[in-house]
Write a protein that binds this ligand. Structure first.
Ligand code: FDA
Length: 309
């Protein structure tokens, strides 16, 4: 399983492969399992549809590691428009961005300026801005960007990855900011000295970090978001939250569009706060390969789409 995961994650970085796969009909068909369409309007429509089942949304435009300032400016402007649309359509939707989508590779200060504009817009439109966490080379810079934003804004959240050996220390240091943290297992290829290679260790680390967040939530010092499809883990954490007196709205569960939708609806029906992260955009290749790597059995779905023509 690890071999398949690593191979798929290596492939996710291949521009050669991306160019060959992204135009193929079977690939476009397979990718639809995880995204409603390539346009913002597709994501907004999907948000409205799932909203009828009490599911909130987090919208994110695909694309990462941009290389020109003008591209980063265009992404910022795109998200400003997305916030306006969310407000206009009265959707229960947040926005999540990748720092490299806002130019972190070539200017941390430029990226910080874009994030500041977006955080202000999130506040003025009554919603929330999220920072995704990318590979380990970006963690220090992303934490710094988040701390800067959090000093000025309430409605900003950060993804943190349980597979990283450093995350317990990072979380302890961040707690003084009363953060909103989307705890995820971690989706990138990392060497063993940086991230736990065994899934069992990642799951154990996730539970410990989640409990630390719940303890902070019980004192009003954090808003934990469990970004996982691991239902066993979620059940344990829901039980733990009740045991230490964190109310239903004191934490949330977020999952990805197209994965465990029935469970998402069932959790929401039971009174949990659940949001679905909806991706859209044309630069889906690396993101889609990470989804395949999370569950290599998904590759069979691609093969079936290919055979069906
Ligand atoms: P795990 O891998 O243990 O899966 C539990 C079960 O869920 C599986 O047995 C399977 O049934 C189902 N499942 C999981 N992934 C699936 C898939 N792709 N297809 C079909 N079924 C699947 N990562 C990161 O590094 N930075 C980030 O910012 C984010 N952001 C983020 C936001 C949200 C809302 C979610 C849900 C996830 C992320 N991730 C992420 C991805 C995350 O790190 C992780 O790779 C995936 O969530 C898969 O791990 P699970 O926690 O679901 O557990």
């Amino acid at each position: 399983m690890t071999i398949a995961r690593n191979a798929l994650l290596r492939m996710s970085k291949s521009h050669w492969l991306a160019d060959r796969v992204m135009t193929r009909g079977f690939a476009k068909k397979a990718v639809k399992k995880f995204m409603p369409g390539e346009e913002l309007s597709d994501a907004l429509d999907a948000s409205a549809t799932i909203g009828r089942d009490q599911l909130g949304s987090v919208l994110t435009k695909l694309g990462e590691n941009l290389t020109a300032q003008s591209e980063a400016d265009a992404v910022r402007d795109h998200y400003l428009g997305a916030f306006d649309q969310i407000k206009l359509r009265r959707l229960n939707a947040h926005v999540s961005v990748k720092p490299t989508q806002l130019g972190l590779d070539f200017s941390q200060s430029g990226c910080a300026e874009h994030l500041e504009v977006l955080a202000q817009k999130a506040e003025s439109t009554g919603t929330y801005l999220w920072l995704d966490m990318e590979d380990s080379s970006y963690v220090d810079r992303t934490l710094e960007l988040y701390r800067g934003l959090r000093g000025r804004h309430e409605k900003v959240g950060l993804a943190m990855q349980a597979y990283l050996r450093r995350t317990p220390a990072d979380l302890t240091q961040l707690l003084y900011t009363r953060p909103t943290v989307r705890l995820v297992k971690g989706a990138y290829a990392e060497p063993p000295h940086i991230a736990f290679p065994a899934k069992r260790d990642v799951d154990l680390a996730y539970y410990d970090l989640a409990v630390e967040l719940l303890n902070a939530a019980a004192k009003g010092q954090a808003l934990p978001i469990f970004g996982t499809h691991d239902m066993v883990l979620i059940d344990r954490l829901v039980t733990k939250a009740a045991a230490i007196g964190v109310p239903d709205g004191g934490y949330e569960v977020h999952m990805l569009y197209g994965i465990r939708m029935a469970e998402q609806r069932a959790l929401a029906a039971k009174g949990r706060t659940v949001k679905t992260l909806i991706s859209y955009g044309s630069s889906w290749f690396p993101w889609y390969m990470r989804r395949l790597a999370e569950r290599p059995a998904n590759v069979w779905f691609v093969v079936k789409s290919m055979l069906a023509g």
